[in-house]
Design a protein around this ligand. Structure first.
Ligand SMILES: C[S@@+](CC[C@H](N)C(=O)[O-])C[C@H]1O[C@@H](n2cnc3c(N)ncnc32)[C@H](O)[C@@H]1O
Length: 266
């Protein structure tokens, strides 16, 4: 662990801010990173979030009318905008990146949605205050998800749900550098069962992602006290691709996202 911390410290960039500079959220405080991420994330059919992760997530969430929602690692809180429009009663986004929090607050201005600047490991809330805890593509920045999931269970009312997505473990296992510029056509799966941190390149910059197997995530949910209610691999559906058959065919080749959901039954 000490060696991992040292490696993370080496990859720090001067000027990074945030509650814990070594944590994943600080990556998004690098110059122009939140803006670049936003362009990629909201890139239409070219964005796998738009064509794979988001449709699967929204299908899994179902009706959100009247729900109190907490979003861990909310980024620009685009999900907050969607869920508030869909009738959720309240939305609280939490993010460790100051740049992301700024964007999130701008996005939610004029709504009842709120955003708190905190790393999810440090965030606290009253027990049983939420119906839904969601986290999109943020838990792979956290080195130990057990306490985060245990807290999420406490923050949920009985019957409440935790739904999260992460990059699919077949992607996080290998620390391959991304191919230069061109749409990627192949992926390397290696060291799959060696769970732990990986130094890798993401949007052209070094970052630490924490690799976990599918089984690790399921075990973590169970260990926190959740009943597993869904496991999805966010397969693409043709109707999301606006007629772009080539992109649809490409996205059918490799799973990019894993979605898990658990319920607080007691
Ligand atoms: C890939 S982005 C996803 C953002 C948003 N959920 C979305 O779907 O667009 C990851 C987000 O998680 C945040 N993050 C990473 N580690 C975090 C932590 N330990 N606590 C809180 N936020 C964190 C980052 O700042 C970033 O905004």
């Amino acid at each position: 662990m000490r060696q991992v911390r040292a490696e993370q410290a080496k990859s720090r960039v001067p000027g990074m801010s945030g509650p814990h500079p070594q944590r994943g959220s600080s990556f998004y405080d690098r110059p122009r990173m939140s803006e670049r991420y936003g362009q990629r994330r909201h890139g239409g059919v070219a964005s796998p979030n738009t064509v794979m992760e988001e449709p699967a997530l929204l299908r899994e969430l179902g009706a959100v009318t009247g729900l109190d929602v907490l979003d861990l690692g909310c980024g620009d809180a685009d999900l907050g905008r969607i869920l508030l429009e869909a009738g959720c009663r309240s939305y609280l986004g939490v993010d460790g990146s100051g740049a992301m929090v700024e964007r999130a607050r701008a996005r939610l201005r004029g709504s009842v949605g709120r955003v708190e600047h905190a790393d999810m490991e440090d965030f606290t809330a009253s027990p049983a205050g939420f119906d839904l805890v969601v986290s999109r593509l943020a838990l792979h920045y956290v080195d130990d998800v057990a306490p985060v999931l245990a807290s999420a269970l406490r923050w949920l009312r009985p019957g409440g749900r935790m739904v999260f997505t992460v990059p699919h473990p077949v992607l996080t296992c290998h620390d391959a550098r991304s191919a230069s510029g061109r749409p990627r056509q192949d992926w390397v799966v290696d060291d799959y069962f060696a769970s732990g941190p990986r130094q890798r390149e993401w949007m052209g910059e070094p970052v630490t992602w924490h690799h976990r197997t599918v089984e690790d995530y399921v075990r973590a949910l169970h260990g926190a006290g959740f009943s597993l209610t869904a496991l999805r691999e966010c397969a693409p559906h043709r109707e999301s691709f606006e007629g772009n058959e080539e992109e649809y065919a490409r996205r059918r080749r490799v799973p990019l996202f894993l979605l898990l959901a658990g319920a607080r039954t007691g």
